[in-house]
Design a binder for this molecule. Sequence first.
Ligand code: HEC
Ligand code: HEC
Ligand code: HEC
Length: 273
Amino acid sequence: MKRVLLASLILSGFALSGEFTLKKPPESLKKYYPPQSEKFEFLNNMHTMSTAFYAVQLNINDGNWEKATQWAKKLVETYKKTAEMVPEWKKYFDFKKAEAYLKAVESKNVDSVIKASQELGKTCAKCHQDNEIAVKIYYRFPNFSEIKIEDPVEFMEYELEDFMVKLTRSLQALNVYLSQNQPDKVQEHGMNFVERARAVKEMCSKCHTDKRDVEAITGKDYDQALNTLEELLNAEKPDFNKIKQITAKVTLTCYTCHNVHYIPSKIKSAFSK
Ligand code: HEC
Ligand code: HEC
Ligand code: HEC
């Protein structure tokens, strides 16, 4: 029975509660992430601790207390080293709880191990609750505010955010003139939209080296939809219904791309302000 208990009680990962805030992570972490370091020292310690936690559990279940103790030592050692890496976060670490955990494993008493791992695990969970998401976005997601796009309509270079607004304005103007039944304006703003929507693709290769990533969102279907829209706009008597249908198809792509990139990008830029 105890074995099952141990397996289910030792912490795994973390859970965010109903409400949480994202705080800009401390600068001292910078040393352990690109571009300053490609080694991800801080993240690697997390993996070491998590693996050690589980290794203790596995070995206790196997009755191998000697190995369990070795892993517990490794966990405590890494825990202490990690505390030194980010001075701003000292308060999250509880060395007494770490020592108590090691003692519990050394004592070969399963009940004490369960209790002590929960106690130690809570210190991990508290820090994760407060910081994990923010760190993942701040240090591991690229900076979209450095991305510039050449606007094919105004022949000017814009930051991504401003370009997105231009793109949206073209789309809105197209919709407005469609509803007002003004074919000339539909044609003008529709073509601006097509050109801007094509230019969106230029930025992908600034981050993605694998063509399949680009194809997954702005692939052949996207190109084809924009070509069709262009043909419809240039027709002698533009078919407004077809234009609306194909435009709706193109805008689905906007959402797909936003689902992947928009949220982290917005959070990251909020940290830099
Ligand atoms: C890379 C994939 C991508 C595609 C495709 C894309 N967007 Fe965006 N869009 C973004 C990102 C990233 C941001 C956030 C930029 C920032 O940090 O402000 C954004 C921001 C926006 C914004 C908010 C701008 C602001 O004021 O902050 C609008 C509006 C927008 N996009 C509209 C569109 C429309 C309309 C389309 C399709 C025609 C589209 N986007 C296609 C990635 C994309
Ligand atoms: C002082 C804060 C802090 C403490 C204490 C802490 N962590 Fe973390 N942990 C983090 C942060 C920040 C991340 C996100 C790092 C990243 O994704 O680059 C993280 C991520 C992780 C991850 C996910 C790694 C991944 O690949 O996404 C694991 C697993 C983990 N921690 C295990 C632990 C364990 C086990 C403990 C306790 C023994 C612990 N952590 C204690 C801050 C902490
Ligand atoms: C500023 C950098 C940046 C730009 C620009 C960018 N992406 Fe991404 N994209 C990312 C990151 C980061 C991820 C998360 C996965 C990762 O780390 O590779 C991602 C994920 C994706 C994914 C999910 C699949 C995967 O490989 O993880 C697709 C598909 C994708 N991007 C397509 C696009 C397309 C299409 C464009 C251009 C319209 C684009 N991206 C522009 C950085 C970028």
